[in-house]
Design a protein around this ligand. Structure first.
Ligand code: AMP
Ligand code: MG
Length: 520
C-alpha cells in the first residue's frame, strides 16, 4: 500500500493528555487517541472501487489482507494514530453538552491528486465519547449509510463519501424500536471519507466551556486547511468563514429539497462545517410529496426535522454556530447580516431550484404563486415526488389536456377525470402550458435539462430495506445492484425500470421503510 499519509489534525491541534480509553469529559482538546477494537471475523461486503482510486488505493490494495484489516479496525497502519474527535451539540433544540465521536474513529488522512481526505471508521468500538453506547454499529444502519452517501454524491448533493462496508463478525445488541425488545444483530463497520468530519458542534463545545483559546486554534486550523482562499485568519476572515459555512449549508439543504431527502436528525453535531450531508441515521426519501413528513420515529411528536422545516432548521443551527464564533468576533452585526442573507438566499435559491424542476428558466413575476399552486395540489392526494417530476419532462406544451396523463403514474390512487382534483390539475397544466410559452427551449431541450435535475432513481426507503433483509440472510447481491443503479440516477436505465416505481403497499408501515428510530 503506497498511500501518502498525513496527520494535520492531530499534529496541529491539542489532543487529550489522558491516553486510556475511558468515558469522560475531555477538556481543552480537539481529540483523544484511541485504538479501534479488534473484531472476531471481519468480512468485506462491498467496496466503492471507483472512489477508492481517488484516494490512491490500487486494485491490489483492495484485494489485500491489509485492506480488510485496516477498514475494520483490525490493523492500524504504521506511523498513524487513530483518534476520536471531541464535539458537543444542540440536540432537538437543546444544548446537550459533550457528545463527540462515540463510535467513529478517524484513521488517517491521505493525500492524492492534490486532495486531502480523512478516512474514518464508523462502528469500530468505544471511545472516551461513547457515553452509554457500545461504540458499535449494526448491519442495517451501515448498509443505509454506505448506499445513501454514495447515492447522494452521484445525485450531485454535497456529502461525505463511503469507501467500504464490512461485517465485524460480532453480534451487537439493539432495541431497534426503543420498545424494550432487545435483540442481537450483525455488527458492521463502514469506512467513510471526507475532506473533514468537523461539525458545528466541534466549535460549540469550546465556546460553551468558555475555552476561547482552543476555539481560536480550531477556527484557524479550519480556515488554513479548508478555507485557505479566505486569507490569513483575522476577525474579517472569521466573518468570511461564517459566510461560507452559511452559503454551503444553504446550498446543501436546497439540494435536499430538490431530491426529496429528509435527514431526520439535524442536530448541530450532525452539521458539517464544510456543508456536507453527514451522519446517515434515520433519514428517508419522500415518497408521497408531503411537507410534514419525517422518517424519524424519535421525532414523531414534534416533527422538528420534517421535510419542509429543514431550511428553517439550517438557519437555527447556523445561529448556534454564530453564537459559538461570537467570542472571536465580538460584533454581532456582521453575523446577523449573514443570517439575514440566509433567509433571502433561501427565497431566491429555492425559487430557482423549483423553477428548474419545472424547466422554467426565464423570469416571471407570478412564478412564486405558480409553484405554490403546484405544491398545494401535490399534497391533495398522495403523489410520488420522484415520479411526478421525472414524468413532467414529457409534457408537451401544445397539449395541456394530456398533462394529467403524462404524470398519471405518480399518483397512488388514480384520478377520476370528473373529480375536483383532476380539474385543479387541468387548470394547473393550462397555466403551465401558458407559462412555457415564455421559455426559449423546445420541448425536447427542456426535457433534457429537466432530466438532469429530477432524478429517475433514488434510494427509496423500501429499496434499502430489501437490501438489508437480503444481507441479513447472507445475500449481498442487492447491495451491489443498488450501488450500481444509483451511480447514474439521472440516466434512463431501461433494464432497471422496476426501481422507477411507487413504494409497494407492504412497505407503507413497515419498520425500516417509513419508520426509523435513531437506534443504529
Ligand atoms: P447520532 O444520533 O448517531 O448522530 O449520535 C449522536 C451521538 O451519540 C454521537 O456523539 C455519537 O457518537 C453517539 N453514539 C450514537 N450511537 C452510539 C453507539 N452505539 N455507541 C457510542 N456512541 C454512540
Ligand atoms: Mg451524529
Amino acid at each position: 500500500m503506497n498511500l501518502k499519509i498525513k496527520s494535520n489534525f492531530t499534529e496541529e491541534l491539542p489532543g487529550d493528555s489522558i491516553k486510556t480509553n475511558t468515558r469522560r469529559q475531555v477538556n481543552e482538546a480537539c481529540f483523544s487517541y484511541v485504538t479501534p477494537k479488534k473484531t472476531t471475523n471481519p468480512k468485506l461486503i462491498h467496496v466503492a472501487t471507483d472512489f477508492s482510486k481517488d484516494l490512491g488505493f490500487t486494485n491490489e490494495d483492495l484485494k489485500s489482507k491489509d485492506f480488510i484489516n485496516i477498514v475494520t479496525g483490525n490493523k492500524v497502519l504504521e506511523k498513524t494514530n487513530p483518534y476520536a474527535m471531541c464535539y458537543g451539540g444542540h440536540q432537538f433544540g437543546r444544548w446537550a453538552g459533550q457528545l463527540g465521536d462515540g463510535r467513529a474513529i478517524n484513521l488517517f488522512d491521505v493525500n492524492h491528486n492534490n486532495k486531502q481526505w480523512t478516512i474514518q471508521l464508523k462502528g469500530a468500538g468505544e471511545t472516551p465519547y461513547s457515553r452509554s453506547g457500545d461504540g458499535l454499529a449494526v448491519l442495517r444502519s451501515s448498509i443505509r449509510e454506505y448506499l445513501c452517501s454514495e447515492a447522494m454524491h452521484h445525485l450531485g448533493v454535497p456529502t461525505t463519501r463511503a469507501l467500504s462496508l464490512a461485517l465485524s463478525g460480532d453480534q451487537v445488541m439493539r432495541d431497534m424500536l426503543y420498545d424494550g425488545n432487545q435483540a442481537y444483530e450483525k455488527g458492521a463497520i463502514v469506512s467513510r471519507v471526507s475532506p473533514s468530519f468537523l461539525r458545528f458542534g466541534n466549535f460549540e463545545i469550546f465556546s460553551a466551556r468558555g475555552d476561547h483559546k482552543n476555539l481560536k486554534s480550531l477556527v484557524h486550523y479550519t480556515i488554513k486547511h479548508h478555507f485557505s482562499h479566505l486569507g490569513k485568519p483575522s476577525k474579517d476572515t472569521y466573518i468570511l468563514f461564517f459566510d461560507q459555512v452559511m452559503q454551503r449549508t444553504l446550498d446543501m439543504i436546497i439540494h435536499w429539497q430538490r431530491v426529496g431527502f429528509v435527514h431526520g436528525v439535524m442536530n448541530t453535531d450532525n452539521m458539517s462545517i464544510l456543508g456536507l450531508t453527514i451522519d446517515y441515521g434515520p433519514y428517508g426519501w419522500l415518497e408521497g410529496f408531503d411537507f410534514g413528513w419525517t422518517p424519524n420515529t424519535t421525532d414523531a411528536q414534534n416533527k422538528r426535522y420534517r421535510f419542509a422545516n429543514q431550511p428553517n432548521i439550517g438557519l437555527w443551527n447556523l445561529y448556534q454556530l454564530a453564537n459559538a464564533l461570537y467570542p472571536l468576533i465580538e460584533d454581532a452585526e456582521p453575523l446577523e447580516k449573514i443570517l439575514e442573507n440566509y433567509k433571502n438566499g433561501f427565497e431566491t435559491k429555492s425559487l430557482a431550484m423549483m423553477k428548474s424542476k419545472l424547466g422554467l428558466f426565464e423570469d416571471d413575476a407570478k412564478d412564486q404563486q405558480f409553484i405554490q399552486a403546484l405544491e398545494d395540489i401535490l399534497q391533495l392526494t398522495e403523489t410520488d415526488m420522484t415520479i411526478f417530476f421525472r414524468l413532467l419532462s414529457n409534457f408537451n406544451k401544445d397539449n395541456s389536456i394530456k398533462g394529467l396523463e403524462v404524470v398519471n403514474d405518480a399518483f397512488y390512487k388514480s384520478h377520476d377525470v370528473a373529480d375536483t382534483i383532476a380539474q385543479q390539475w387541468g387548470d394547473w397544466f393550462d397555466r403551465y402550458s401558458f407559462r412555457l410559452e415564455k421559455e426559449k427551449f423546445s420541448d425536447l431541450e427542456r426535457k433534457t435539462k429537466m432530466d438532469l435535475i429530477n432524478p429517475k432513481y433514488v434510494l427509496r426507503n423500501y429499496m434499502a430495506q430489501l437490501a438489508i433483509d437480503d444481507a441479513n440472510n447472507g445475500n449481498y447481491d442487492l447491495i451491489d445492484a443498488l450501488f450500481q443503479l444509483l451511480k447514474n440516477p439521472y440516466a434512463e436505465q431501461p433494464k432497471n425500470i422496476k426501481w422507477f416505481a411507487k413504494r409497494p403497499e407492504w412497505a407503507r408501515h413497515k419498520v425500516g421503510c417509513s419508520m426509523l428510530s435513531c437506534s443504529s
